[in-house]
Design a protein around this ligand. Structure first.
Ligand code: ATP
Ligand code: MG
Length: 389
């Protein structure tokens, strides 16, 4: 059997005049996803579907798993390529009927004829192919209203394809089509999910991790690296920056009011992250914040952190419950890493009673005791980055 992968494009088919641009970004993301998969792959795009034909030695199972993670793809089907000829279509259908039906008990046939010169019309193709299925699998029942399996026969310009239901793709729009964003990546559950959500809307992602050596260790840094690596399966390459906030945290502890530590620290993080973002061409920051989750995520606290950002801060988890974020973290495969127990720099100096209703004047008064610009500059001098993916 000659199997092919059929990728049905999602939202980008609605992009009107920009469609060509989105298509080319998506095709290059797909090619990139298959770069290290064994075999050669040939690409043919038509009618909102990318057909990928593998060479005989290709690892099609691995290719299938990879393309399911490419944003911009709505559905992925494993199909069979045929000649544009009913004899060949019927014989391939008969040969592969078990593969196409899986363990379904009811089915219907559906025909899509983009080549209008093909001598048979869609209902005729369906009738013939339905008959072929029943001849080979008399145990099957036709159900045109609610079938367990739809066998689709597509007649295209150069070839015909037969495929079953297909699986849901990753959805969204292709990475890189919406610019670049800087993810503030802690070792927690929320921030990898936030990065995934914004990458799914087309942003290429870089990440910054703030550490506090020697209070936070190598294991915590490795955990963040593992999370970033997981994200590369969806986002492609990620530059992961690490910045030391040790001097800033020690200065806050010795100089400022304890109940404001967390917020003052977050303002420093955002100052540093937005400077790094601008330096490397990112147009916004991403955080995993969710309204009311912790003291630093009240409406007033978010306002206090926003005030020092030089860029918009995207918070895609803002309206999600923790449970919902956990479901997403499991789906994208980051949860098990996120729950490993290592210190985060936020937890090292957590105040006993953090302020949930911060007063901006008081925050500014505390910061007036510090040389904010010099602290930021020295923290940025510790920036190191590695390329992942
Ligand atoms: P999470 O567990 O998702 O990563 P959280 O629930 O622990 O977040 P906070 O610690 O208040 O909440 O952090 C809120 C957000 O700030 C995080 O989602 C992340 O985007 C950013 N952040 C927190 N700590 C760090 C850090 N050490 N390095 C980089 N970003 C951080
Ligand atoms: Mg955290």
């Amino acid at each position: 059997m000659k199997e092919v992968l059929l990728l049905k494009y999602g939202e980008i088919v609605l992009k009107g005049l920009n469609r060509g641009y989105f298509n080319s970004v998506l095709e290059s993301r797909v090619k990139r996803a298959l770069k290290n998969v064994q075999g050669e792959f040939y690409y043919d795009y038509a009618q909102s579907t990318l057909c990928i034909t593998p060479s005989d030695d290709a690892d099609i199972d691995a290719a299938y798993e990879r393309v399911k993670k490419v944003f911009g793809v709505a559905t992925v089907c494993r199909g069979i390529a045929c000649e544009k000829d009913m004899d060949d279509i019927q014989s391939k259908l008969a040969e592969n009927v078990d593969f196409l039906l899986g363990n379904a008990k009811t089915f219907k046939c559906d025909a899509k004829r983009s080549d209008k010169k093909f001598p048979l019309k869609s209902p005729e193709i369906c009738a013939i192919c339905g008959g072929t299925v029943l001849e080979n699998r008399p145990d099957m029942k036709v159900d045109v209203i609610n079938p367990e399996r739809v066998i689709t026969i597509e007649i295209r310009d150069r070839q015909a394809f037969i495929h079953g239901n297909g699986e849901k793709g990753a959805g969204g729009v292709p990475v890189g089509s919406s610019g670049r964003a800087m993810l503030m990546l802690s070792g927690g559950i929320d921030s990898p999910v936030a990065g995934h959500m914004i990458a799914r809307r087309g942003a290429a992602i870089d990440a910054v991790y703030f550490e506090t050596p020697p209070y936070t260790g190598e294991a915590a840094a490795m955990k963040v690296q593992t999370l970033a690596e997981k994200l590369t399966e969806y986002c492609g390459e990620i530059y992961l920056h690490s910045v030391s906030l040790t001097e800033i945290q020690e200065t806050l502890v010795s100089t400022c009011k304890e109940r404001l530590f967390t917020l003052l620290l977050r303002r420093f993080m955002v100052r540093c992250a937005s400077k790094i973002a601008k330096k490397y061409g990112a147009g916004c920051l991403i955080t995993g914040e969710s309204l009311a989750q912790v003291a630093s995520q009240t409406m007033l606290a978010l306002g206090v952190t926003d005030a020092v950002s030089e860029l918009p801060i995207l918070r895609p988890c803002i309206g999600l419950d923790k449970e919902e974020i956990v479901v997403r973290a499991r789906e994208i495969g980051t949860f098990e890493t996120s729950i490993l127990p290592y210190e985060d720099c936020c937890t090292v100096f957590t105040p006993k009673h953090p302020d949930t209703r911060p007063d901006m004047a008081e925050i500014l008064e505390e910061e007036a005791k510090l040389d904010v610009d010099a602290l930021v500059e020295r923290a940025l001098a510790t920036d190191r980055f590695i390329k992942l993916g």
